[in-house]
Design a protein around this ligand. Structure first.
Ligand code: FE2
Length: 271
Protein backbone atom coordinates (compact mmCIF):
# COMPACT_ATOMS: atom_id res chain seq x y z
CA UNK A 1 0.00 0.00 0.00
CA UNK A 2 1.18 3.49 -0.69
CA UNK A 3 0.25 5.33 2.45
CA UNK A 4 3.13 6.41 4.65
CA UNK A 5 1.88 9.30 6.74
CA UNK A 6 3.99 9.76 9.85
CA UNK A 7 2.79 8.54 13.20
CA UNK A 8 2.43 11.09 15.94
CA UNK A 9 3.39 11.34 19.58
CA UNK A 10 0.55 10.51 21.95
CA UNK A 11 -1.43 13.36 23.45
CA UNK A 12 -0.07 13.97 26.97
CA UNK A 13 -3.52 13.90 28.54
CA UNK A 14 -4.12 10.41 27.17
CA UNK A 15 -0.87 8.71 28.18
CA UNK A 16 -2.52 6.23 30.45
CA UNK A 17 -1.86 3.01 28.62
CA UNK A 18 -5.32 1.66 29.33
CA UNK A 19 -6.67 -0.76 26.75
CA UNK A 20 -10.42 -0.20 26.89
CA UNK A 21 -11.63 -3.63 25.92
CA UNK A 22 -13.61 -6.62 27.10
CA UNK A 23 -11.86 -9.00 29.50
CA UNK A 24 -12.51 -12.06 27.32
CA UNK A 25 -11.48 -11.90 23.67
CA UNK A 26 -12.05 -14.51 21.00
CA UNK A 27 -8.83 -15.51 19.32
CA UNK A 28 -8.69 -15.53 15.55
CA UNK A 29 -5.85 -16.17 13.15
CA UNK A 30 -7.19 -14.97 9.85
CA UNK A 31 -7.79 -11.62 8.28
CA UNK A 32 -10.48 -13.19 6.11
CA UNK A 33 -13.02 -12.93 8.89
CA UNK A 34 -13.13 -9.24 9.68
CA UNK A 35 -16.17 -8.00 11.55
CA UNK A 36 -17.54 -4.54 10.86
CA UNK A 37 -19.23 -3.28 14.01
CA UNK A 38 -20.51 0.01 12.65
CA UNK A 39 -22.01 0.45 9.19
CA UNK A 40 -25.13 1.70 7.44
CA UNK A 41 -26.23 -0.92 4.94
CA UNK A 42 -30.02 -1.04 5.31
CA UNK A 43 -31.92 0.69 2.49
CA UNK A 44 -33.96 3.81 3.01
CA UNK A 45 -33.89 4.17 6.77
CA UNK A 46 -31.09 6.66 7.36
CA UNK A 47 -28.35 8.42 5.39
CA UNK A 48 -26.94 5.13 4.11
CA UNK A 49 -28.09 3.49 0.85
CA UNK A 50 -31.46 4.62 -0.49
CA UNK A 51 -32.44 1.51 -2.46
CA UNK A 52 -32.08 -2.25 -2.09
CA UNK A 53 -29.81 -2.31 -5.15
CA UNK A 54 -27.47 0.20 -3.48
CA UNK A 55 -27.52 -1.89 -0.29
CA UNK A 56 -26.61 -5.05 -2.16
CA UNK A 57 -23.76 -3.26 -3.92
CA UNK A 58 -22.36 -2.07 -0.57
CA UNK A 59 -22.61 -5.61 0.77
CA UNK A 60 -20.69 -6.90 -2.25
CA UNK A 61 -17.98 -4.31 -1.54
CA UNK A 62 -17.79 -5.44 2.10
CA UNK A 63 -17.49 -9.12 1.11
CA UNK A 64 -14.80 -8.35 -1.49
CA UNK A 65 -12.88 -6.54 1.25
CA UNK A 66 -12.89 -9.60 3.53
CA UNK A 67 -15.75 -8.67 5.86
CA UNK A 68 -17.85 -11.71 6.70
CA UNK A 69 -20.07 -10.26 9.41
CA UNK A 70 -21.50 -6.75 9.39
CA UNK A 71 -23.42 -5.34 12.31
CA UNK A 72 -25.67 -2.71 10.78
CA UNK A 73 -26.12 0.34 12.96
CA UNK A 74 -28.79 2.68 11.56
CA UNK A 75 -29.04 6.09 13.12
CA UNK A 76 -31.49 6.41 15.98
CA UNK A 77 -31.91 10.14 16.24
CA UNK A 78 -35.19 11.54 17.56
CA UNK A 79 -36.67 14.10 15.19
CA UNK A 80 -34.44 12.99 12.32
CA UNK A 81 -34.19 9.22 12.05
CA UNK A 82 -37.04 7.60 13.96
CA UNK A 83 -35.69 4.07 14.00
CA UNK A 84 -36.00 1.67 16.89
CA UNK A 85 -35.18 -1.92 17.86
CA UNK A 86 -38.21 -3.43 16.14
CA UNK A 87 -38.00 -1.48 12.87
CA UNK A 88 -34.27 -2.13 12.55
CA UNK A 89 -34.71 -5.84 13.28
CA UNK A 90 -37.32 -6.15 10.51
CA UNK A 91 -35.22 -4.21 7.98
CA UNK A 92 -32.17 -6.31 8.84
CA UNK A 93 -34.05 -9.58 8.31
CA UNK A 94 -35.32 -8.34 4.94
CA UNK A 95 -31.82 -7.46 3.76
CA UNK A 96 -30.44 -10.78 5.00
CA UNK A 97 -33.08 -12.58 2.91
CA UNK A 98 -32.13 -10.48 -0.13
CA UNK A 99 -28.44 -11.31 0.38
CA UNK A 100 -29.28 -15.01 0.36
CA UNK A 101 -31.36 -14.61 -2.79
CA UNK A 102 -28.45 -12.87 -4.52
CA UNK A 103 -25.79 -15.29 -3.20
CA UNK A 104 -23.88 -12.59 -1.36
CA UNK A 105 -22.08 -14.31 1.55
CA UNK A 106 -22.41 -11.62 4.19
CA UNK A 107 -23.95 -12.33 7.57
CA UNK A 108 -25.76 -9.44 9.21
CA UNK A 109 -26.44 -8.50 12.78
CA UNK A 110 -27.92 -5.27 14.02
CA UNK A 111 -27.55 -2.63 16.69
CA UNK A 112 -28.17 1.11 16.37
CA UNK A 113 -26.14 4.30 16.39
CA UNK A 114 -27.89 6.18 19.16
CA UNK A 115 -27.60 9.97 19.18
CA UNK A 116 -26.92 11.29 22.68
CA UNK A 117 -29.94 13.47 23.50
CA UNK A 118 -32.10 14.13 26.52
CA UNK A 119 -34.49 11.48 25.14
CA UNK A 120 -32.12 8.65 25.85
CA UNK A 121 -33.54 7.80 29.28
CA UNK A 122 -37.01 7.35 27.77
CA UNK A 123 -35.62 5.29 24.87
CA UNK A 124 -33.98 2.96 27.39
CA UNK A 125 -37.19 2.77 29.45
CA UNK A 126 -39.22 1.94 26.33
CA UNK A 127 -36.77 -0.81 25.29
CA UNK A 128 -36.35 0.98 21.96
CA UNK A 129 -32.59 0.57 21.68
CA UNK A 130 -30.92 -2.41 20.00
CA UNK A 131 -27.67 -3.30 21.76
CA UNK A 132 -24.75 -5.31 20.41
CA UNK A 133 -24.59 -7.90 23.17
CA UNK A 134 -23.70 -8.18 26.84
CA UNK A 135 -20.04 -8.07 27.78
CA UNK A 136 -18.63 -8.24 31.29
CA UNK A 137 -22.14 -7.67 32.63
CA UNK A 138 -22.92 -4.60 30.50
CA UNK A 139 -25.04 -4.29 27.38
CA UNK A 140 -22.96 -2.42 24.79
CA UNK A 141 -24.55 0.53 22.97
CA UNK A 142 -23.12 2.52 20.06
CA UNK A 143 -23.43 6.13 21.18
CA UNK A 144 -23.05 9.10 18.84
CA UNK A 145 -22.24 12.65 19.90
CA UNK A 146 -23.28 15.62 17.73
CA UNK A 147 -20.54 16.29 15.18
CA UNK A 148 -19.89 19.90 16.15
CA UNK A 149 -19.77 19.80 19.95
CA UNK A 150 -20.28 17.86 23.16
CA UNK A 151 -23.69 18.43 24.72
CA UNK A 152 -23.76 19.86 28.25
CA UNK A 153 -24.44 17.07 30.70
CA UNK A 154 -23.32 14.41 28.22
CA UNK A 155 -20.92 12.89 30.70
CA UNK A 156 -23.73 12.66 33.26
CA UNK A 157 -25.92 10.82 30.76
CA UNK A 158 -23.05 8.45 30.02
CA UNK A 159 -22.64 7.76 33.74
CA UNK A 160 -26.38 7.18 34.03
CA UNK A 161 -26.24 4.64 31.20
CA UNK A 162 -23.43 2.77 32.95
CA UNK A 163 -25.48 2.73 36.16
CA UNK A 164 -28.24 1.02 34.15
CA UNK A 165 -25.77 -1.68 33.02
CA UNK A 166 -25.28 -0.12 29.58
CA UNK A 167 -21.76 0.56 28.34
CA UNK A 168 -21.52 3.30 25.72
CA UNK A 169 -19.20 2.58 22.80
CA UNK A 170 -18.59 6.13 21.60
CA UNK A 171 -18.80 6.35 17.80
CA UNK A 172 -15.93 8.08 15.98
CA UNK A 173 -14.87 10.56 18.71
CA UNK A 174 -11.95 11.59 16.47
CA UNK A 175 -14.45 13.29 14.12
CA UNK A 176 -16.10 15.45 16.81
CA UNK A 177 -15.02 19.08 16.37
CA UNK A 178 -14.74 19.82 20.09
CA UNK A 179 -12.64 16.71 20.69
CA UNK A 180 -10.52 17.58 17.65
CA UNK A 181 -9.66 20.86 19.40
CA UNK A 182 -8.94 19.25 22.77
CA UNK A 183 -8.75 15.49 22.98
CA UNK A 184 -8.65 15.59 26.79
CA UNK A 185 -12.41 16.35 26.66
CA UNK A 186 -12.81 12.62 26.15
CA UNK A 187 -11.20 11.72 29.45
CA UNK A 188 -14.29 12.05 31.67
CA UNK A 189 -16.13 9.65 29.38
CA UNK A 190 -13.24 7.18 29.36
CA UNK A 191 -12.85 7.40 33.12
CA UNK A 192 -16.58 6.76 33.52
CA UNK A 193 -16.12 3.49 31.58
CA UNK A 194 -17.07 4.36 28.01
CA UNK A 195 -15.33 2.54 25.15
CA UNK A 196 -14.17 4.12 21.91
CA UNK A 197 -14.86 3.17 18.29
CA UNK A 198 -12.60 4.95 15.82
CA UNK A 199 -13.44 5.02 12.10
CA UNK A 200 -11.02 2.96 10.02
CA UNK A 201 -10.85 5.70 7.37
CA UNK A 202 -9.82 8.29 9.97
CA UNK A 203 -6.64 6.30 10.63
CA UNK A 204 -5.77 6.68 6.94
CA UNK A 205 -6.54 10.42 6.83
CA UNK A 206 -9.81 10.08 4.89
CA UNK A 207 -11.59 12.48 7.24
CA UNK A 208 -8.86 15.10 7.32
CA UNK A 209 -5.60 15.67 9.12
CA UNK A 210 -7.09 16.60 12.49
CA UNK A 211 -9.13 13.41 12.69
CA UNK A 212 -6.08 11.41 11.62
CA UNK A 213 -3.99 12.99 14.37
CA UNK A 214 -6.59 12.28 17.05
CA UNK A 215 -7.07 8.71 15.78
CA UNK A 216 -3.35 8.03 16.12
CA UNK A 217 -3.10 9.71 19.50
CA UNK A 218 -5.85 7.43 20.72
CA UNK A 219 -4.21 4.39 19.13
CA UNK A 220 -0.82 5.20 20.60
CA UNK A 221 -2.38 5.64 24.03
CA UNK A 222 -4.14 2.28 23.53
CA UNK A 223 -7.51 3.92 24.13
CA UNK A 224 -9.25 2.52 21.06
CA UNK A 225 -11.59 -0.41 21.67
CA UNK A 226 -12.56 -1.18 18.06
CA UNK A 227 -12.10 0.12 14.52
CA UNK A 228 -15.11 0.02 12.19
CA UNK A 229 -15.95 1.36 8.75
CA UNK A 230 -19.00 3.55 9.43
CA UNK A 231 -19.72 2.68 5.81
CA UNK A 232 -22.55 4.65 4.19
CA UNK A 233 -21.96 4.56 0.43
CA UNK A 234 -19.56 3.44 -2.29
CA UNK A 235 -17.91 6.83 -2.70
CA UNK A 236 -16.53 8.64 0.35
CA UNK A 237 -17.49 6.17 3.09
CA UNK A 238 -17.35 2.59 1.76
CA UNK A 239 -17.82 -0.39 4.12
CA UNK A 240 -14.19 -1.53 4.04
CA UNK A 241 -11.55 -2.35 6.65
CA UNK A 242 -8.73 -4.20 4.93
CA UNK A 243 -6.47 -1.26 4.01
CA UNK A 244 -6.63 -0.02 7.60
CA UNK A 245 -6.09 -3.55 8.92
CA UNK A 246 -2.89 -3.81 6.89
CA UNK A 247 -1.74 -0.35 7.95
CA UNK A 248 -2.41 -1.00 11.65
CA UNK A 249 -0.60 -4.35 11.36
CA UNK A 250 2.43 -2.64 9.83
CA UNK A 251 2.54 0.29 12.27
CA UNK A 252 1.17 -1.16 15.52
CA UNK A 253 1.59 -4.90 14.97
CA UNK A 254 -0.55 -7.75 13.70
CA UNK A 255 -1.88 -8.48 17.18
CA UNK A 256 -3.32 -4.99 17.53
CA UNK A 257 -5.00 -5.21 14.13
CA UNK A 258 -6.54 -8.57 15.05
CA UNK A 259 -7.72 -7.23 18.39
CA UNK A 260 -9.32 -4.08 16.97
CA UNK A 261 -11.06 -5.60 13.94
CA UNK A 262 -11.64 -9.24 14.86
CA UNK A 263 -11.31 -10.28 18.46
CA UNK A 264 -12.88 -7.37 20.30
CA UNK A 265 -15.77 -7.03 17.81
CA UNK A 266 -16.43 -10.76 18.22
CA UNK A 267 -16.44 -10.40 22.00
CA UNK A 268 -18.78 -7.41 21.86
CA UNK A 269 -21.43 -9.17 19.80
CA UNK A 270 -21.46 -12.43 21.74
CA UNK A 271 -24.21 -12.56 24.32
FE1 FE2 B 1 -22.45 5.81 11.69
Amino acid sequence: MGYNAPLLPPAPALCRGTAMQPKQLRKSNTVERMIDLHCHLLPGIDDGPETLEESLELCRIAVADGITLAIVTPHIHPGRWENNRISISEACSALQRALELHDIPLRLGFAGEVRLTDRIMQQVADDDIPFYGSVDGYKVMLLEFPHSHLIPGGEKLARWLLEQGIRPLIAHPERNKQIMKDVSQLLPFIEAGCWLQVTAGSVMGNFGEKSRIIAHQLLQSDMVTVLASDGHNDRVRPPVLRQTFDYIASQYGEKRAQRLMLETPAAIIQS
